[in-house]
Design a protein around this ligand. Sequence first.
Ligand code: AMP
Ligand code: ZN
Length: 466
Amino acid sequence: MKNTPIQLFDTKSRTLQAVQISNGKTLRIYSCGPTVYRDAHVGNMRTFLLGDLITRLAKFLNYEIKFIQNITDVGHMSEDFVEDKMLAQAKAESKDPYEIARIYESRFHNDLSSLNITKATSYPKASESISLMHDLITKLIETEHAYVGGDNCVYFSAQSFLGYGAISGNRLDALKPGHRFEYTEDGAKKFHADWALWKAAAGRSEMIWESPWGKGFPGWHIECSAMSLHYLDKFVDIHLGGIDLRFPHHENERAQSNSAINNEAVALWVHGEHLLFEGRKMAKSTGNVVLVADLIAKHLDPLSLRLCFLENQYRSQMDLSWDSLKAAHLLIQRWRDKTKIWAGSKEIDTKQAQVFIDEILSNFLDDLDTPRALQKLRSIEKAETLSDGVKYEIFETVDQLFGLDLLKPSIGKGELSPEVQTLLDQRQSARNNGDFAESDRLRELLLEKGVSVRDSKDGQNWEWLI
Ligand code: AMP
Ligand code: ZN
């Protein structure tokens, strides 16, 4: 079983492909990382989980892995191409753009760790990789894949790359002039679908660098080419990102990278489908954004989000809701309670356990079919023919793949933070003193903390709202 390859769906060939370690030694994975101008929402986290599922699986198979995820802290323009997202947020928060970047980068790492997402080998920052981009752009100019435009920006010549459009199906001849996929000064580009690799500073004064083409800043697409080629030694076995990045980001990255090395730079392009929340697209503009911090504030185990993601295969669009998160939270608690009971059992049949472990592993190998793997876990939990010891053995082993901390103690009903305990104590004494206004105020405060309080003749009883 451990010799069976991982199969993943490759967007470019539109087929399932076996993952190959092209250099025979280390599996090289690249994932487009966050643009650190705001907190990552749970939709972003679904895409980031994809890298974790693949690396956990690869580690389970004893592969050596190098996994690079970039941090975009410059060059990602707003939807209307008017402003750099970093600078717009720096202005909104009256902070230095680098400070904004470091704040949200650190929160991104906290969110990853709340979801048990294993760390990448490294997280190079775009702002610290400018010279890599200069080298790459110079090479593209020398090989006539790029040129300096009339506005002193450097553009990639889309027509110089013959395979353009293979990932997204967007053919160059069908991309109309005026199609707003890249901002530009009128007349500066030679062809309407060319895009900027280096943008002249023009009036901009922050986050700009000297370059052979004058002061300016990099385009978003060149960042990923420069970092993936450099850190992964000119070849990527698996390239990851959300489905929205297929075009233009990945299409342009492929054109740049392949032109620079005169070869195919990526074996598999793997994309995660989007997450909806309660039926709607997750977008700041519509106010429909949920963060990992929102789950924690509701006393939901953040791993309930991970479990909800696993209930859906990464290639299908999924709809998340508070109800599904609550159900997932309770299921994790139940499984943890069960493993605690099973842990004491001495009836261990390793061979029998291995059969079930292999079945679950084969679901993961089959294009990360996590819904089927979870179905199996549910039936193992209930199976009367399996001893507690075998169940424990299976749960312990496959948790390396699921990453749900199934052997951790569940949160006991009686566990309260010291802060909530103090509020409960204060409320009890307010009631004892007949101060019902204060007791009502404290009840409201406790509700905000996710604790519901009811009074009985024996005193106050509390329970979590979920
Ligand atoms: P950003 O920080 O906006 O550059 O996005 C980081 C990653 O999250 C990218 O790979 C996006 O494709 C992905 N992404 C954005 N929105 C969603 C969503 N609603 N569901 C899943 N992935 C998303
Ligand atoms: Zn990227």
